[in-house]
Ligand binder design. Structure first.
Ligand SMILES: [Zn+2]
Ligand SMILES: [Zn+2]
Length: 407
């Protein structure tokens, strides 16, 4: 058994597989651990880039990534972050004015239920909704009032959900990690077993606590195969991210975290989850699974940089990710939904506009959406903040000239 696995899955793949605890939740039929040629290809591509395959080791019950030294923050830094609250560069008189810029008046229910044409929707933060080939995919569903373990304290949402979860058809949920702004057990319970949950290693036990058993756990580079109504196979690959996770003081990195590449026969979609910038990883993802037709990339929760740069990318790094993964069209997520970090809620969209100008991208290639906005693949973005509010963008650029950027 051991030698056949080692032969079939050479190098670190075999090693990491053997190091994993016997996973009682995942059957080989479901998970399809490493079709050899697929994982070999990723490994070969890594070598071409001068690297070995990026893997996460499990040491004493915790996942240790290649970036652990940077992502494991010292207590002193955490305390410093708590004390040094900076004023955002851009300050609206009140948050409501800022948030009004990305409010959609009404969701397009007809469009949301249309099976015939690929469409995508942003429901705020990291909750994205994609329909392609008759398969409805939801990422990191968060419908609760707060991104918090408590319903009376913690970051409270700026905008109420624009539609009820029960009104959405959901076949697959892709869960990036267990931070409270990504795994909301109350929302998970509302979706339950009507969707198949594709989650990082270690998350299934959490879902079981709310009665969800329809679930597949994946390690980095593992593939989940989903059969579409037309009988084609959609591949969903769990990809590495420079991040970490925890829900309590005692469970740091006991679950894995990452993003997903969805390879369908109509489009290729990439959902980055939460991540700092790490060029090697994104080049590898782009080389192997790109070019992507569509990508959801985080642009918010980046300030202050001295702390956040190791766990969250900023808009300029999001643009680099867009390029590394060879995305044709990307939209910014992880902003303007919960007060998580120091920047003004609307700043990421303006900073994205600045970054794409620097990198010669148009707003049709990387844009922001309104909460609940649905677009077909060939539709132009209608609510990109900097495009729709040109005066505000100019005001922001003027502020940058007088405000130091080293936050
Ligand atoms: Zn996170
Ligand atoms: Zn997050």
């Amino acid at each position: 058994m051991l030698s056949s696995i080692t032969k079939k899955y050479p190098f670190s793949i075999a090693r990491s597989y053997l190091q994993q605890p016997i996973n009682r939740y995942v059957s080989v039929k479901d998970i399809v651990f490493g079709e050899d040629d697929e994982i070999d290809e990723v490994e070969l591509a890594a070598k071409r880039l001068g690297n070995s395959l990026i893997t996460c080791k499990k040491v004493k019950g915790k996942y240790v990534s290649p970036w652990a030294k940077e992502t494991n923050k010292k207590l002193w830094d955490v305390l410093k972050l708590a004390v040094h609250k900076k004023k955002p560069r851009l300050s609206f008189p009140n948050v409501k004015d800022s948030i009004d810029l990305i409010k959609i008046l009404e969701v397009n229910r007809r469009k949301l239920r249309n099976d015939s044409e690929t469409h995508f929707t942003w429901f705020g933060h990291a909750s994205c909704y994609l329909q392609t080939e008759g398969v409805y995919i939801m990422t990191d569903p968060l419908w609760s009032d707060r991104a918090s373990p408590m319903d009376f304290a913690g970051p409270k949402r700026y905008i109420n959900p624009v539609i009820e979860l029960e009104d959405l058809k959901i076949d697959i949920v892709l869960l990036s990690h267990t931070h409270y702004d990504h795994l909301d057990l109350a929302s998970a319970k509302r979706i339950g077993n009507r969707a198949h949950w594709v989650v990082p290693l270690g998350v299934k036990a959490l879902l079981e606590s709310v009665g969800i058993h329809n679930c597949t756990e994946l390690d980095w580079w593992n593939t989940y195969h989903h059969m579409t109504p037309a009988g084609t196979i959609m591949k969903i690959i769990f990809t590495p991210a420079k991040h970490w996770t925890s829900r309590t003081l005692f469970d740091r990195n006991t679950c894995l975290w990452g993003g997903f590449a969805v390879l369908g026969s109509k489009i290729k979609f990439y959902f980055a989850g939460d991540t700092a910038y790490c060029g090697t990883t994104f080049n590898l993802i782009g080389d192997n699974f790109g070019p992507f037709d569509l990508a959801a990339i985080p642009i918010g929760a980046y300030s202050p940089r001295w702390f956040m740069k190791d766990v969250h990318c900023n808009p300029e790094e999001a643009v680099k990710i867009h390029k590394d993964i060879k995305s044709k069209k990307s939209f910014g997520i992880h902003w303007a939904t919960f007060p998580l970090t120091d920047e003004d809620p609307i700043e990421p969209s303006l900073e994205l506009a600045r970054a794409r100008n620097l990198h010669n991208l148009t707003h049709e290639e990387f844009f922001t959406m309104a909460h609940g906005e649905t677009l077909h693949m060939n539709e132009l973005p209608g609510h990109d903040v900097a495009t729709v509010n040109a005066d505000l963008y100019i005001h922001y650029l003027n502020l940058l000239r007088t405000t130091p950027r080293d936050d």
